[in-house]
Design a protein around this ligand. Structure first.
Ligand code: ATP
Ligand code: MG
Length: 630
């Protein structure tokens, strides 16, 4: 049976500074939450009314388990709300994106310019025969051109499918093939660590046998490839923009018309084409960006994700633009040309809201506190985290060294499938390090056993969402049975596939993926808990744990540990690490084996692939590794 005393003791609360509470959109989380739950549809309707619609809905929700329609029969276009609306409201000259690279080059694009670029590219796509409902794959660097490509598709109702530009040819091919994309938008290369990484050759290879791909639209960054154009049906991205009219009325989209397909990163197996639609996704990314990041008119916002992930879709492109703020987009890695580059840009641009992932925080932590200390980070007020559970060590480092006690941390739990934040504390609400926090407005979550019975407080079970929400996935592209599984696994609920526990105060702690769960002597232990405990040892930078079959205990724990700079592996240190885990979690969670490693296998989005460690350890088939980072 599950046991409460295995959970990390992270009950310390961090209260937001008074100025943040006083100026927040949401000053009283509890009362707004209550209101949102008592009448969910009225709550979302009120938010939807802050945006513009060509025609309003007949009904907010039509729920036909497990299929939902939100804002039934409403008409809009997400690009109208993300761009035209602001241009119309006097923000033509406001900067929408500052696209920067590792060398300090920047390109600013105003809302007016964005409208022009998106409209022209949209007309260009039409001229190539791309129409509403067609799929377009996008394999682009993390620059404003990627956002322009996505928005141009949305403008005409074409369904974009962005593939992260770090994926190799095989992974790209699977995704283009599955979506049957009519065109691929790409660039000659992307830049990482000062090097050019070619993209166009990868696209050419990937589509070699895919005759349904009619065109490649190529951003020829150094104008060097004119010979290639005829041969491969290649169209020049910027020529297409230049030669097309800037008048492109937005396609009238039904609220339920598809907006995009995004393949999940595949930490746990074959990627799924998660389908999101227009209206509900727009409303929820708008609302969560506004409330969770407390976005204000003059904020400078920076999400370090890549547009190739859901975080990039919802919180680089659609959510921030719907709120009309200025966003930074960076092409490059956090440690090049130096490990203070992010903080240098925070200072340079006066960033107010910063959103990143625990993997990046842990990486930057390894370089020490002196690096961020060199920069003026006083503009920061909200620091976000997403992608994995953030261990309290990393949370506190982020809080102290980056936020310096003046900024709040929002640890946002959500998924490609949920489209928008589901669990987090809003800035005005006290946060607990290592616990994502409270459900977002309109969202009711629970932690249950396999049959759907609620677990008592502090006991680990399956994290579920109890009701449909506007930005939920509508299906898996071409695989409705995979979609239905989300709602059938635990009857009546959306099953997230994560393990969690809820404390007496209603804070949710996500402890890992259900597929990674450890089962030691009858105790179910989340990987994140044990890893967090290991990282509490001051010598440890990062850890990953797996379960190995054990005749007596069911499973024994093996830990793979990366040490911080300046620490040497030793048997003695292994014992100290075990002591740390014993102190933090208790004897049951102490690893039987520890192996020191220099690297952990991660997905290209930076998540640890425990499945791979386990397969390797047990000499099993590794399965699909297309998402594995090199
Ligand atoms: P796949 O579903 O293909 O295996 P993935 O789950 O990594 O890939 P995403 O949708 O990008 O793809 O990630 C969502 C998952 O990331 C969540 O289910 C959860 O496991 C983890 N996650 C995201 N944010 C948080 C967070 N703040 N705290 C804990 N876990 C998080
Ligand atoms: Mg997932």
């Amino acid at each position: 049976m599950e046991k409460a005393d295995l959970l990390l003791k992270v009950d310390e609360k961090y209260y937001p500074p008074k100025e943040i509470v006083e100026n927040a959109w949401v000053k009283d989380y509890e009362s707004l939450y209550k209101k949102s739950i008592e009448n969910r549809e009225a709550f979302y309707e009120e938010i939807a009314n802050e945006l513009e619609w060509f025609q309003k809905w007949d009904k907010v929700l039509e729920w036909n388990y497990p299929y939902a329609k939100w804002f039934v029969n409403a008409k809009t276009n997400i690009t109208y709300n993300c761009i035209d609306r602001h241009v119309k409201n006097g923000k033509r000259n406001k900067v929408a994106f500052i696209s920067v690279d590792e060398e300090g080059n920047e390109r600013k694009v105003t809302y007016g310019e964005l409208l022009d670029l998106v409209s022209r590219l949209a007309n260009g796509l039409k001229s190539l025969g791309i129409k509403k409902g067609d799929r377009v794959s996008i394999y682009m660097p993390n620059t404003v051109e990627a956002a322009i490509a996505m928005l141009a598709c949305a403008r005409i109702g074409a369904i974009h499918s962005v593939v992260f530009a770090g994926f190799s040819e095989g992974a790209l091919k699977i995704r283009i093939d599955d979506a049957k994309a009519k065109a691929v938008i790409t660039a000659t290369y992307t830049k990482r660590r000062g090097k050019k990484i070619p993209l166009f050759p990868t696209v050419k290879e990937a589509i070699r046998d895919l005759d349904f791909v009619e065109k490649i639209i190529l951003w020829d960054r150094d104008n060097e490839l004119s010979d290639e154009y005829e041969e491969h049906n290649v169209v020049d991205f910027y020529k297409l923009i230049k030669n097309s009219s800037k008048d492109c009325p937005p396609e009238i989209q039904d609220a339920e018309d598809p907006l995009f397909i995004l393949y999940t990163s595949g930490t746990t197996g074959k990627p799924k084409g998660v389908l999101h639609t227009t209206g509900g996704y727009m409303v929820n990314t708008y609302m969560t960006s506004k409330y969770v990041f407390d976005l204000k008119e003059n904020d400078i916002y920076w999400c370090t994700a890549d547009v190739g992930w859901i975080t990039g879709h919802s919180y680089i492109v659609y959510g921030p633009l719907a709120n009309g703020v200025t966003s930074i987009m960076m092409e490059g890695v956090p440690v090049y040309p130096h490990p203070g580059i992010w903080w240098e840009y925070v200072e340079k641009y006066g960033v107010n809201v910063f959103y990143t992932a625990p993997t990046a925080i842990r990486m930057l932590m390894r370089f020490g506190d002196d690096i961020p200390a060199k920069y003026d980070l006083s503009t920061l007020k909200v620091l976000g985290s997403v992608g994995e559970p953030i261990n309290p060590e990393a949370w506190l480092w982020y809080y102290k060294n980056i936020g310096r006690g003046k900024a709040v941390i929002v640890d946002t739990w959500w998924q490609t499938e949920t489209g928008a934040h589901m669990i987090t504390t809003v800035p005005s609400y006290p946060a607990k390090p290592g616990k994502a926090g409270k459900p977002m407005f309109g969202i009711e979550v629970a932690v249950v056993d396999k049959q759907g019975n609620p677990m008592p407080p502090n006991q680990v079970g399956h994290l579920v969402i109890k009701n449909p929400w506007p930005s939920m996935l509508r299906t898996c592209w071409g695989e409705p049975e995979r979609y239905e599984k989300y709602w059938n696994e635990i009857p009546g609920y959306y099953s997230a596939g994560d393990l969690a526990a809820i404390d007496e105060e209603g804070y949710v702690m996500v402890v890992g993926r259900a597929d990674d769960v450890l089962s030691v002597a009858g105790h179910r232990i989340g990987t994140a808990e044990v890893e967090s405990a290991i990282v509490e040892n001051h010598a440890v930078a990062e850890a990953a744990v797996i379960g190995k079959p054990n005749e007596i205990k069911g499973e024994s724990i093996k830990a793979f540990v990366i040490l911080k700079e300046g620490y040497e592996p030793s048997e003695e240190l292994k014992e100290r690490i075990k002591d740390t885990v014993r102190d933090v979690l208790g004897p049951i969670a102490v690893p039987d084996e520890i192996e020191f490693v220099d690297k952990l296998p991660k997905t290209r989005s930076g998540k640890i692939m425990r499945r791979l460690l386990k397969a390797r350890e047990l000499g099993l088939e590794i399965g699909d590794t297309s998402t594995l980072e090199e």
